[in-house]
Structures are given as C-alpha cells and as structure tokens.
Design a binder for this molecule. Sequence first.
Ligand code: SF4
Ligand code: SF4
Length: 228
Amino acid sequence: MKRYVSLEEISDGKLYKAKDLARADCLGCKGCSQCCRGMGESIVLDPLDVFRLTTGLGRDLQSMLSEGSVEWNVVDGLVLPNLKMTGAEEKCSFLDENGRCAVHDFRPGICRLFPLGRYYGEQEFWYILQTGECNHSRAKIQIGKWLDTPDLPRYEAFVWEWHCLLTQARKLQEENQEDEFSKNLNLFLLKTFYMKNYRRDDFYGQFRERISVYREIVPPEEDSLQRY
Ligand code: SF4
Ligand code: SF4
C-alpha cells in the first residue's frame, strides 16, 4: 500500500538492509496485540502469505473469504486480499483470547515485518523503522532475524519481483483504461497468483511457474529485475 509521506514523518529516517540492526524486537509483545487490531485494510496479503495461510490451515483462500478472515479490497487501483478486522474491537480473526496470534508459524509477511516497513526505490528496496506504530520498549535485532523467514535472499527476490509486477499492472491499467485486456488484467493476476491453490511444497518454485504463465501474457518491463 503506497503512502505519500516523507520518510522522516513515519520513520527514524534511516534505510536498512536485512543485515542491519534496528530497534524492532518488541521482546515477545507480552499479549499486547495492538497491531492485530484496528489495522483497517492495511495487512495486504501477497502470494507467499496465501501459500503460508492456506497450507498452514489446510484451507483454500475461498473458504477464508467465506468465513470472513480475509476480504478483497482495492489497493492503489488493484483488487487484492487483506486480513479482515472483525467485531466491535476491529481485531484480526486469528488473534486468540490470550491476545496471541493463533497462526504465528504461518503469519503474513506484514505481521513478521512490523514495526518495520518497506521503502521501495527504483532498483531495490530497504527496510524502515516506523516510529508511530509500536510504542512498547524494543531491543535492537538484526532485521533478517526479526523477519523470521527462511531463505532470505529468495524471499527478498520474491518481494522485489512481486512489487515490480504490481507496479507494472497498475501502470498498464492506468494507461489503457479502455483496453479490454487491461480491464481483465487484475482478474488474470488474481486467478494466476491467488485463486489457484498452492501445493505444500516449495513456494518459490510454484511462484516461478506462475510467473512464467503470467509473463507469457504480460512481459516484464526492461530493467525491473536488475537488482536482485
Ligand atoms: S504493537 Fe508492538 S508490542 Fe504490541 S503486538 Fe505489535 S509489535 Fe508487539
Ligand atoms: S495474523 Fe496474527 S500477527 Fe497478523 S494481525 Fe492476525 S493475529 Fe496479528
């Protein structure tokens, strides 16, 4: 989700890489769960998140949509799924009665990242430490460790490729609003990366298979994949 604010407004002003230390470790959260409530539509799910949740829970995305833990929303012009906040407390439906995440092992990437965020440049992305988000005492931790995500190089390559793909899809839609293909582009993207069930085996291999299908119809822009 794009935010049109300066780095200084929302962060400590520094750009971090995964090897860097940042004061992100909230030391177990101790049942705080503040960032699992009232988050609106901001916990947007990428294909890896859907892979994690659907294989972890043994359910498909359609059943999660039907039960109300996930919903569709328009994010910067594209329809994408996000975790749905529910009830009077506006809380994530995966938050248990003890204020703990019931899907901790397969929680989405944004939940792993928080209170860090990402800042995307032309050729690469960085991590930022959001200053207005988590007010609890925190310790320094290496960002790669905080992300709790195996095979970080492949993960970061996926994050970048997905960002480039969404950026291009948004641009194509803006430029060709009358074109039939552009109108159907979002639907094609959803079918290719979200609605078709993932197998339990290696996500990145499956993502590559789907990218090949997608790229037969929507070739990449030049230079978009240079950095990773
Ligand atoms: S707001 Fe901070 S301390 Fe509270 S649950 Fe989120 S990350 Fe943990
Ligand atoms: S998936 Fe877990 S960590 Fe993420 S918002 Fe829901 S309860 Fe919180």
